[in-house]
Design a protein around this ligand. Structure first.
Ligand SMILES: Cc1cc2nc3c(=O)[nH]c(=O)nc-3n(C[C@H](O)[C@H](O)[C@H](O)COP(=O)(O)OP(=O)(O)OC[C@H]3O[C@@H](n4cnc5c(N)ncnc54)[C@H](O)[C@@H]3O)c2cc1C
Length: 811
């Protein structure tokens, strides 16, 4: 065994070998994989081997598409067959909601350039004779669905990696990973120690145990999963004989069933409702190539539905039932990336669809390690999307929920109940008493909207506009005409102090530094010049600054801040989390309200737009900034948690004479859309530069030594490829939910990043990126946005739809 390697990958499942292969593909040859037993000794060996491109996140879908294309490549390099067959497949619908979703899936496939077909049950029966057409409303045919031999794929990746320079050590468990002072790693194995620059935890079923070696508790949990294999079926032989092809892959989500041909029979798997976690606390090291006890009773209800939907199964003998464990993160997406505070320690785990996603996970992680950037927008898979509040019990509750809903329709306004409430602010009970309907963001309860007195605070889940619509409208209207109060505690807040704070911020953020007592909007760029943060930066004095940003970006941003702290020191950064809470008042009467609460002159001369100061608001000491995400006249107030409730009460009491009403995050988004304000992870993503994202005016190109500025200069000179625009859409009863394709002259030219109904201007609005040369075309209906298969005329508005000259915000 080598004594040193550039990178050591722990785990020889499909994910570990993919990471290893991609490291060699990107030019790192001195790389090693260590496997406790034989390759495939975790979940990989007993997987059903199905793969497809469909994912509700188009960025993840793109990586799934890459994964499927990769099988040919690794076969060619390794000479090892993967058993990959692109059979094509159908997704079936039993309910009208599912039919609607099939249309959404069709447009998502179009975004990848994949043409699919919506079929009636009778049309579908022609290509899938084993179904009972009377059980279904329709189907979506997709060519990009297939299956493969899991062990062969794993060996093909491994051989290809070895041909390209990697080494693999089998039957050798990693027992510890110890970081040296210089940040490099000693990987201690049963056969000795390897000194490595980088370590990748691709431990699959044991990723938690590997994580614990470095004090990391990864939010993953294994669930038992069962599928059955039938004896040979004459109906299968008949399909093979008459078509010369295999039976299509099938996903029958309403029946909670997936299936495919397996030799002369069929393989049928199910995600049953009462899923059972496996080894919830610790995965035994001696677990290997064995299966779990099958439990036919548990999956019987799903099988019964399956047998009714596909009658030939009623006559088929069952040859084998497989029950094996595999891991999930709380939201079902993988955990990929570097770990905050552990230099050169990377994870690639929680991958529940290794054969659809393993290639993309390997590519993005290897790119991140080799080039310093994943090269894709992988926010949906980034391990940093979870904070330190994801305890084992939280993960257990969310994973069980996710497993039981694997195939369920999730509506865009649906808030899932498991593990809630977890993080609440002191005004949570007050908001509840005021009939708030809550959602959750980064584990935190957030008032979405307030139901009027006498109405049960429950939102009907729907693709259409819900029962919340008139109440959100009333909240938005009250902000624009009077004043509203909103809990903004879910924002991230960072305090940066020290003698080098200013020079460091000047390097980290692309904006001009504000003067003391002032704030500015502050894009943060990565080395490639792409936007990795959209903040408000406040300077309190020469050595004290605050940054306010997206709450769910806290771990992501802290990871970047800490990676880039100056070697010479002199900068302290603190993420407050729930240690500093906020309330915002917004609307034309907010100034009068603030004056009443503070007794101070808050005129536009005395308290200008983007001023920030420490004030006593009523009895409560607060940091007050003149800015709000509503784009209206307004203020954000930051206070210690123990005083937030008092401030809330005082604001409501003093605000009564101004017609104050609380408003929730839905009204907030509705109002911010009227101003074309984007948000982190939807509009502002690490694949677009500041000029693409319309943030160019906040970039100070005259600065030196600022991360990403060189690239930003080039982006400005050459012009961005795409640009963020705001559309109004001609629709009734329905608004976009995000990720819809944008068309012009029948061609897809972009996709929607987010949108909603903009209540005050009374229009349906969406934001999205389109080619730069189209971004100024305001011709009425020049674009179309596909909503549930329906092409709706859409018109770009270059100016904010409300208060385009920002008179209210600045006045
Ligand atoms: C019944 C079933 C059906 C499935 N069907 C499908 C499907 O149809 N399509 C699909 O895409 N996915 C499917 N999956 C999921 C798929 O199996 C997983 O996504 C995939 O196997 C995850 O691979 P992995 O490499 O992350 O983890 P694993 O396969 O668990 O591999 C981890 C490896 O790391 C090794 N290891 C761990 N710790 C150490 C250590 N300390 N030292 C050395 N080595 C270590 C282990 O021995 C193991 O070999 C299915 C899973 C099951 C259980």
């Amino acid at each position: 065994m080598k004594s040193h390697a550039q990178a050591v990958v722990i785990g020889g499942g499909v994910v570990g070998v993919s990471v290893l292969y991609h490291l060699t593909k990107l030019g790192w040859k001195d790389v090693v994989l260590i496997e406790r037993s034989e390759l495939t000794s975790g979940s990989t060996w007993h997987a059903a081997g199905g793969c497809h491109t469909l994912n509700s996140d188009p960025q993840v879908a793109k990586l799934q598409s890459y994964t499927i294309d990769l099988y040919k490549e690794i076969e060619e390099i390794s000479g090892q067959e993967t058993g990959f067959r692109l059979t094509g497949g159908v997704f079936l619908a039993v309910t009208p909601e599912r039919m609607e979703l099939l249309k959404v899936m069709q447009s998502q496939e179009r975004l990848l350039g994949i043409e699919t077909e919506l079929l009636t049950p009778k049309e579908c029966e022609k290509i899938l004779p084993i179904m009972d057409p009377n059980q279904f409303l329709g189907a979506l045919y997709t060519p990009m669905h297939g299956h493969l031999a899991p062990a062969d794929v794993t060996h093909a990746y491994a051989k290809a990696a070895k041909i390209q320079g990697a080494e693999i050590y089998l039957r050798n468990r990693v027992v510890d990973t110890v970081q040296r002072e210089d940040g490099t790693w000693d990987v201690v194995t049963e056969q000795g120690t390897i000194h490595a620059d980088h370590v990748v935890n691709a431990g699959g079923l044991w990723a938690r145990e590997c994580g614990r070696m470095v004090g990391l508790e990864l939010p993953i949990l294994a669930m038992e999963h069962m599928y059955l294999i039938t004896e040979d079926m004459p109906e299968v032989a008949e399909v093979n004989r008459t078509t010369g092809k295999e039976v299509l892959h099938v996903v029958d989500p309403d029946g909670e069933i997936y299936m495919r041909q397996e030799r002369g029979g069929m393989l049928m798997g199910t995600y049953e409702k009462g899923g059972v976690p496996w080894s919830p606390k610790e995965t035994p090291w001696d677990f290997g190539h064995e299966l779990l006890q099958e439990d036919i009773d548990r999956i019987a209800p799903s099988l019964e539905v399956g047998f009714a939907h596909f009658p030939p199964f009623q006559r088929a003998g069952i040859k084998q039932i497989i029950n094996g464990p595999f891991t999930f993160a709380p939201d079902g997406n993988p955990l990929v990336g570097p770990i905050r505070g552990l230099k050169n320690y990377w994870v690639a785990c929680g991958v529940m669809a290794g054969f659809s996603q393993g290639g993309g996970v390997g590519l993005s992680l290897a790119s991140w390690m080799v080039n310093g950037d994943p090269g894709f927008d992988i926010w949906g898979m980034d391990v940093a999307r979870f904070g330190d509040w994801t305890t084992m019990a939280y993960t257990n509750a969310k994973v069980r929920e996710n497993y039981s809903r694997r195939f369920k329709v999730t509506f865009p306004n649906e808030e899932l109940p498991a593990a809630r409430p977890l993080r609440t602010t002191p005004i949570y009970e007050r908001q509840k008493a005021m009939n708030a309907v809550f959602g959750v963001a980064y584990g935190m309860e957030q008032a979405l909207w307030y139901a009027p007195e006498g109405m049960e605070p429950v939102e009907n889940i729907t693709f259409l506009r819900s029962n919340a619509f008139p109440h959100i409208k009333a909240e938005a209207q009250n902000v624009r005409e009077n004043v509203g109060v909103c809990d903004i505690s879910s924002f991230a807040k960072y305090e940066i102090t020290g003698p080098n704070a200013e020079s460091w911020l000047n390097r980290m953020l692309a904006c001009k530094m504000p003067k003391a007592g002032r704030m500015t909007l502050a894009p943060m760029l990565n080395h490639q010049g792409n936007v990795i943060g959209d903040f408000t930066l406040a300077k309190l004095d020469d050595e004290r600054f605050f940054i306010f940003g997206s709450g769910m970006g806290e771990m992501y941003h802290m990871r970047w801040f800490e990676e880039n702290l100056p070697e010479e020191g002199g900068v302290d950064i603190k993420a407050y989390g729930m240690g500093l809470l906020g309330l915002s008042i917004a609307g034309p009467k907010s100034r009068a309200l603030l004056e009443k609460l503070t007794g101070e002159d808050c005129s536009k001369e005395a308290f200008k737009f983007l001023d920030i100061k420490e004030m006593s608001v009523g009895m409560v000491p607060a940091l007050v900034g003149r800015v709000t995400f509503t784009g209206d006249l307004g203020y954000e107030m930051w206070v210690k948690p123990e005083m937030q409730a008092r401030l809330f009460d005082d604001i409501l009491e003093a605000g009564a004479e101004f017609g104050i009403m609380p408003f929730g995050s839905r009204a907030m988004r509705s109002l911010s859309l009227e101003k074309s304000f984007g948000s982190w992870a939807t509009e502002y993503r690490p694949i677009y530069g500041p000029y693409a994202a319309n943030m160019g005016r906040f970039v100070d190109l005259t600065k030196n030594d600022c991360i990403g500025l060189e690239a930003a200069r080039r982006e400005k000179e050459e012009g961005p490829e795409k640009r963020l625009v705001t559309f109004t859409i001609d629709v009734n009863e329905i608004d976009v939910m995000g990720n819809e394709p944008i068309y012009r002259d029948g061609e897809i030219v972009g996709y929607v990043t987010s949108g909603s109904f903009a209540h005050y201007i009374d229009k349906s609005v969406a934001m999205g990126y389109v080619p730069n040369d189209m971004a100024d075309d305001e011709t009425d209906g020049a674009f179309a946005i596909e909503i549930f298969g329906d092409m709706r005329p859409a018109t770009i508005s270059s100016q904010p739809l409300w208060d385009p000259n920002a008179e209210r915000m600045r006045g």
